[in-house]
Design a protein around this ligand. Structure first.
Ligand SMILES: [Zn+2]
Length: 255
C-alpha cells in the first residue's frame, strides 16, 4: 500500500516511472493479478490520480474530498435529527449558510486588519493586507527553498496548481531586486475580488420545494385491535361459549 501511495504521490514523470518500477519489481511476480489490476483499472485515470498530472490543473490545494466531508458534518450538526420536513431542512441549511458566511467574513476581516507575524516580511510588502495569510504561508515555503540553492529544474506544478509564485519566480524577483507583485497572485487568494457576487450576501432562490404528499398506507391502520393471531401464538382457541353469538349460530348451522 505504501508503494502504491508513493506512485500516486509522484511529483514528476521520472519519479512516477521509478515508483511504478519499484511496485512492479516488488509485487509483479507474487501478486501479478493485483499489479495488472492497478495498471489496467486505476492507472488509466492517472491524469486524475497521480500528483504530477493533477498538479497541471488549477486546484488551489484541493486534492481530496475532506473539505466536503467537513461541510457535511457541519450540516449534520445543524440538522440534529434525521427526521423532519423539507421546509425545516431548507430553513436550517439557510441558517447554516448565513452563519458560516458571517463567520467567514469576520475571519477575513481580522486577517486583513492584522497580518500574522510569520508572514510579515519585506518581500511580501505589496501583498500584506491584500492576500490571505494561507496563501502567504504557501509562498513563504517556496521562499524558504531558496536557502538550499541550487534549485531543481522548475516543474511549474506549484504555480499551475496553486496560482502562486514558485521558488523560481521568487528567485527571479530577488535577482531583479523586486518584491513579489500582487499580479503574481491568482485572484482566488485576494481579499477583494473584482466580482461582487463572490463577497455578496448569501441569497437562496425562491422556495420551490413542496411538502411531499402523504400516502395512505395499505392494510390495517396502526393501533388497530382487530389483529389476526399469528400462527405461532400460544393463546388457546376460545371455548364455544366465548365465541360471539353470530359465530356460534353459524357453527351450529354447519353441524
Ligand atoms: Zn518553479
Amino acid at each position: 500500500m505504501a508503494i502504491w501511495t508513493s506512485v500516486l504521490a509522484a511529483g514528476s514523470r521520472i519519479e512516477f516511472d521509478q515508483q511504478w518500477d519499484i511496485l512492479f519489481d516488488t509485487y509483479g511476480t507474487s501478486y501479478e493479478a493485483l499489479v495488472w489490476y492497478l495498471k489496467d483499472i486505476w492507472l488509466v485515470f492517472k491524469w486524475n490520480l497521480v500528483r504530477f498530472w493533477v498538479d497541471q490543473n488549477l486546484h488551489f490545494g484541493n486534492r481530496a474530498t475532506s473539505r466536503v466531508e467537513g461541510a457535511h458534518s457541519t450540516l449534520k450538526c445543524y440538522l440534529q435529527v434525521s427526521t423532519g420536513n423539507l421546509t425545516g431542512l431548507l430553513d436550517r441549511i439557510q441558517l447554516m449558510l448565513e452563519n458560516k458566511h458571517v463567520e467567514h467574513e469576520v475571519e477575513l476581516d481580522r486577517a486583513r486588519q492584522r497580518a500574522p507575524h510569520d508572514v510579515n516580511i519585506p518581500i511580501f510588502a505589496e501583498l500584506i493586507g491584500k492576500v490571505t495569510p494561507y496563501a502567504l504561508r504557501k509562498i513563504l515555503v517556496q521562499y524558504q527553498r531558496l536557502s538550499t540553492l541550487p534549485l531543481p529544474r522548475c516543474s511549474t506544478a506549484f504555480t499551475s496548481s496553486m496560482g502562486l509564485p514558485c521558488a523560481h519566480i521568487i528567485q527571479d524577483r530577488r535577482q531583479q531586486k523586486e518584491d513579489i507583485h500582487l499580479s503574481d497572485i491568482h485572484l482566488h487568494w485576494h481579499f477583494t475580488r473584482p466580482d461582487p457576487n463572490t463577497l455578496g450576501a448569501v441569497e437562496l432562490g425562491p422556495l420551490l420545494v413542496r411538502e411531499p404528499a402523504i400516502v395512505k398506507p395499505k392494510g390495517r391502520p396502526p393501533g388497530s385491535k382487530n389483529k389476526l393471531k399469528p400462527a405461532s401464538s400460544t393463546t388457546r382457541n376460545p371455548s364455544f361459549f366465548e365465541l360471539p353469538t353470530r359465530r356460534r349460530q353459524g357453527l351450529r348451522r354447519q353441524v
